[in-house]
Structures are given as structure tokens and as C-alpha cells.
Design a protein around this ligand. Structure first.
Ligand code: MLC
Ligand code: AMP
Length: 512
């Protein structure tokens, strides 16, 4: 028999024997049995197969969160194509870049966006544009229901491409991180064991499904463990609280924990049934970690990952593997190697601060059609440079203390200052701009912009923000914008963003 490393096949093996059991309960009152996931993904996979797409075709999704959108992901894996999830907040110019760069053969979008997305997609050579709405309407499912509900997963090797996730570097130009079936499966299996997923676990799934955290870490964990998901289309603190008594696992970015802590209903009693709270994608403040312990009696497990590597380090899931230490992202996962190096690439000792590098079966295949960029981000001996700055403690726990990449993480979403500056500089009357991240009580960091006008132009901040909002996803739009006479520069002419960050550090500070 041919061995098959298709990730779908492995996830499918995690489904319980009894396919009539509930796999997913949605917040609009629907229940999906495991058999529904099996049959629904087969029908979509058969539809994709019927399109006679070339091997390796990218299937791009710009949809609302729904179980059917998850089925589209599973179907893409199952049929052996490459999944390309896109944040549904992205606007036309952003999508133009992703579609032109990834050249998907299929694009799936919400019906309300069909007009502009199909026009854009067809102009860029996309063959098929389907619609998928969060009420199960749309052409994707209309067409899929005409296909068989049985499908044998395409045979894949572990090093074959499963998904492309766009992420960015210092230049602000997004790069597609190519993840293989083996990258995703090795990481999912490692987490299954390190976080000690249990039979009967129930996951509250309240994250978007177009990034590593919600799509891979959360969904793969539940699917591989045969765990029921309580599915929230959008994060609402009260909806999460209502589900806690029936759940055992919750995963969130720090903003979700901060917002839950504002709820009076977050108590030890409310969390009595829970086993595990996981945080990641952005730094969890030690105050949040401690407040959570005090309020709920639970110790949040913080882990660290990125699009190129899925998860790298984690605090322990089981007591026998050690304590969960606040302010750290834990230890390298069992099959992952992590090192901290100095400027000369020399491995540093515990306590010393340096650049974080990683090697292991989780590390991606490279950036889509950017071999030079890929080469730049790996050392000669095969370690991937994360762009994060960290320090190991004597007992092997890593703390992330900064980033060497110019990146803002706002509510778990990455914002690249260079990209926002590029859009600002294109607005009428703008001579130049500088975008920085400053501490924010809700989002962790907030995007703030300084803009300099061209000579004899009077700029209006509101107009500039409205201009940006029309062009880029809302989460990238600065929360505050200052029109300034000039930007501070050093002797080399480089903008001194550290001075701007210091000046505006308390912009969103809460009154004491
Ligand atoms: C929404 N808005 C944000 C924002 N999210 N602004 C800044 N930062 C954010 N993260 C803005 C919108 O543009 C809108 O602006 C307004 O807030 C309301 O939009 P909303 O969609 O109703 O917001 P809300 O539901 O409150 O969303 C906040 C959130 C969401 C925290 C729930 O951002 C979220 O789900 N974040 C999780 C991101 C995530 O999954 N990251 C994982 C990356 S994986 P306006 O002006 O139009 O009103 C990764 C690797 C790893 O990093 O290690 O996991
Ligand atoms: P992305 O490329 O969107 O996957 O973002 C990955 C980046 O998120 C990492 O390189 C880190 O900078 C950051 N990150 C993820 N998890 C954590 C964490 N627990 N603490 C600090 N930063 C984190």
C-alpha cells in the first residue's frame, strides 16, 4: 500500500469511531457531526477535482469565519491542492498583491464581495471565483452538493506544499511562507502530546481561521484529538463565558484575555470545568498572566510561534514537564531546536540576549517564488532567523524581549510600518510619514502615525485616516495620527523611531 502523508488523512484518523458524535457546535445554533465534516469536505474536494486544476493549484479564501470555510480548507488538503487563507479585512490593493503574487486558480469570497473580487481576480488570470457565505449559501456549496460525498485523500509526501501564509519582513512586501503537509502535521502531533490533549476535551474556538493560531494550532488540535469545538464566528467575551462550563480548552491572543478579565462573570466557578488556557501570537503581559491566575485559579500556558515555523516553544502542558512561567514562552518543543545567537552568529549562554533562530521539522519550505529572500533568512547551517530577540534562562525557558524586525503586533495581527507608510505617502499632500507601535491596554500595541505635509499644504488628519481606511484593512489604520513639521533624524538621515516611541509611549496609558 502507498503511504500517504496528506495532512487531511492524519486529521481524519483523529476523528472518533462514532461519526454521529458532535464535532462542531456553532454560535447560531447549528451542530455538525464528524460525519458532516467527512462528507462536506469530500464534496468540496470532489468539486475542486472536477475543475481539472493543475497540480499545486492555490485555492485562496477571503471568507467570513464559518464551518464551511474550515471544510474548504480540509477539502483543499484532501484534494492535494494548496490552501491560501486571506484576512477578510483586506481591501482591493492588498488583495491585488496576494492574487498577483500567488496566482491562485480558485478564489472563494463572500457573496457581498463577489463584484469587486471577481473583477480583480479574473483580471489577474484566476479561473474560478466561488462565493461562500456564513449562512451556507453561495456557489461553492451549490456546486459541491452536486458531487459525491466520498473522496480518497490525494497521496502526498510530507515535504509537499499544503498551505501558503502571507507574512512580511522589514520591507513591508508580503512573502508567502510555504508550509508542507509534514510541517503542519509534525507540529500538530507534537502539540497534541505536549499539551496533553485528552479524550473528551472541548475547545472554544473564537479566533479567526486565516492565521496560524486559529487555523492550525486550534483546529488541528481539536480535529486530531477528536475534540468537539464550540465555534464562535467572532470573539465576544460573554459568548466565551457562557461556553466555559462545557469546555476544557481555550486559545486566544492576549487581547482576548484582557477583554475577558473585564467581565465580572470571569470567576473560579465559571472556569471550574476548564483544563487549559493557551495564549500566543503576541506578548502576554505579566500582569495579565497574574490577574488571570488570581481570578480563575488557572495558569495560562504561553507559547511562541510564527507563520514560517508554526509553534517553536511552549510552556508545559503537563506538570511533569515543569512549571508554566509567566513572562516566558516556555521551552523549545520536543522536536524543535531553538538557539539564541549574537551578532556574529555565535550561540549565546543562558541569560544573554540575542537573535532567536530555529531548526526542526516545523520549519517552512521557504518563501513562495522568492529564493533570495529565503536564502537571506536562513543561516549557512540551516537555522531560520525568526527576527525575534530573546534570552534563555538557566533552566531552558525562553523570554522574547524584542524584535529585530520592524513589526507592530496589534491584537494579534501583524502590521508592518513600512507598508502603512507606503500607503500614507501616496495620499495627496503627504511628503513623508513614520509609523510606530506604542503600548495599548487592549491591543497590546497600537499603530500611530506621524505625517509631514508637502510645502504649503494643510493636511487634515481625519481625511488622511479616511483615505487610508478606503485602501487598507482597518486593523492597520493608525489609531492616532499626528501632522508634524518634521521627523526626527539621526546624522545618517534615518528616522529615529525610538524617539517617537518614547515621546508617545503614554499615549494610550489608562488613568492611574
Ligand atoms: C479589529 N480592529 C483592530 C483589530 N481588530 N484594530 C487594531 N488591532 C486589531 N487586532 C478594528 C477594526 O478595524 C475596526 O475598526 C474595529 O477594530 C472593530 O472591528 P471588529 O472586527 O469588530 O473588532 P474586534 O472583534 O474587537 O476584534 C478584535 C480582536 C481581533 C482582538 C478580537 O483583532 C482578533 O480576532 N484578533 C486575533 C488575531 C489572530 O488570530 N492572530 C493570530 C496570528 S497567528 P473600525 O475603525 O472600522 O471601527 C500568529 C502566530 C502565532 O501570530 O504565534 O500564533
Ligand atoms: P506571524 O508571522 O504573524 O506568524 O507572527 C509571528 C510573530 O509573532 C513572531 O515572530 C513573534 O514576534 C510574535 N509572537 C508570537 N507568539 C508570541 C509570544 N508568545 N510572545 C511574543 N511574541 C510572539
Amino acid at each position: 500500500m502507498t503511504s500517504n502523508d496528506n495532512l487531511f488523512a492524519a486529521l481524519r484518523d483523529g476523528f472518533p469511531q462514532d461519526l454521529d458524535r458532535i464535532a462542531i457546535e456553532t454560535d447560531n445554533g447549528l451542530s455538525y457531526a464528524w460525519g458532516d465534516l467527512e462528507r462536506g469536505s469530500a464534496m468540496i474536494a470532489n468539486l475542486l477535482m472536477s475543475l481539472e486544476l493543475p497540480a499545486g493549484t492555490r485555492v485562496a479564501a477571503h471568507t467570513d469565519k464559518s464551518v464551511e470555510a474550515l471544510l474548504l480548507y480540509l477539502a483543499t488538503l484532501r484534494a492535494g491542492f494548496v490552501y491560501l487563507p486571506l484576512n477578510n479585512a483586506y481591501r482591493k490593493e492588498e488583495l491585488r498583491y496576494f492574487i498577483a503574487n500567488a496566482e491562485p486558480g480558485v478564489v472563494v469570497c463572500a457573496g457581498r464581495d463577489f463584484g469587486w473580487i471577481s473583477k480583480l481576480a479574473f483580471s489577474l488570470g484566476v479561473q474560478q471565483v466561488f462565493t461562500l457565505n456564513d449562512d451556507r449559501s453561495g456557489t461553492l456549496l451549490e456546486r459541491a452538493t452536486q458531487h459525491s460525498d466520498r473522496h480518497d485523500a490525494a497521496v502526498k509526501r510530507s515535504d509537499e506544499l499544503a498551505a501558503i501564509l502571507y507574512t512580511s519582513g522589514t520591507t513591508g512586501r508580503s512573502k508567502g511562507a510555504m508550509l508542507s503537509h509534514g510541517n503542519l502535521l509534525s507540529n500538530a502531533r507534537t502539540l497534541q502530546s505536549y499539551w496533553d490533549w485528552q479524550p473528551g476535551d472541548v475547545l472554544i474556538h473564537a479566533l479567526p481561521i486565516f492565521h496560524v493560531h486559529g487555523l492550525f494550532v486550534a483546529s488541528h488540535g481539536a480535529l486530531l484529538g477528536g475534540s468537539t469545538m464550540l465555534w464562535c464566528a467572532k470573539f465576544e467575551p460573554r459568548a466565551v463565558l457562557e461556553r466555559l462550563p462545557r469546555a476544557t480548552v481555550f486559545m486566544g491572543v492576549p487581547t482576548l484575555y484582557v477583554r475577558l478579565l473585564h467581565e465580572a462573570g470571569l470567576t473560579r466557578e465559571a472556569c471550574a470545568h476548564m483544563r487549559l488556557f493557551v495564549s500566543g501570537s503576541a506578548p502576554l503581559l505579566i500582569e495579565t498572566f497574574r490577574d488571570w491566575q488570581t481570578r480563575t485559579g488557572h495558569t495560562i500556558l504561553e507559547r511562541y510561534g510564527m507563520s514560517e515555523t508554526v509553534m517553536l516553544t511552549s510552556n508545559p502542558g503537563r506538570a511533569q514537564d515543569g512549571e508554566r512561567i509567566g513572562g516566558t514562552v516556555g521551552k523549545p518543543l520536543p522536536d524543535v531546536q531553538v538557539r539564541v545567537v549574537g551578532d556574529a552568529g555565535d550561540a549565546l549562554l543562558a541569560g544573554e540576549i540575542g537573535r532567536v533562530e530555529v531548526r526542526g521539522p516545523n520549519v517552512f519550505l521557504g518563501y513562495w517564488r522568492m529564493p533570495e529572500k529565503t536564502a537571506e533568512e536562513f543561516t549557512a547551517d540551516g537555522w531560520f532567523k525568526t527576527g525575534d530577540v530573546g534570552r534563555f534562562s538557566g533552566d531552558g525557558y525562553l523570554s522574547i524581549v524584542g524584535r529585530s524586525k520592524d513589526l507592530i503586533i496589534s491584537g494579534g495581527y501583524n502590521v508592518y510600518p513600512a507598508e502603512v507608510e507606503g500607503y500614507l505617502n501616496e495620499l495627496p499632500g503627504v511628503a513623508e510619514s513614520a509609523v510606530i507601535g506604542v503600548p495599548h491596554p487592549d491591543f497590546g500595541e497600537a499603530v500611530v502615525a506621524m505625517v509631514v505635509a508637502k510645502p504649503n499644504v494643510a493636511l487634515d488628519g481625519h481625511d488622511l485616516l479616511a483615505g487610508l481606511k478606503a485602501r487598507i484593512a482597518g486593523f492597520k489604520v493608525p489609531k492616532r495620527l499626528f501632522v508634524v513639521a518634521e521627523l526626527p533624524r539621526n546624522a545618517m538621515g534615518k528616522v529615529q523611531k525610538n524617539l517617537l516611541r518614547d515621546e508617545h509611549a503614554a499615549l494610550f496609558a489608562e488613568p492611574a
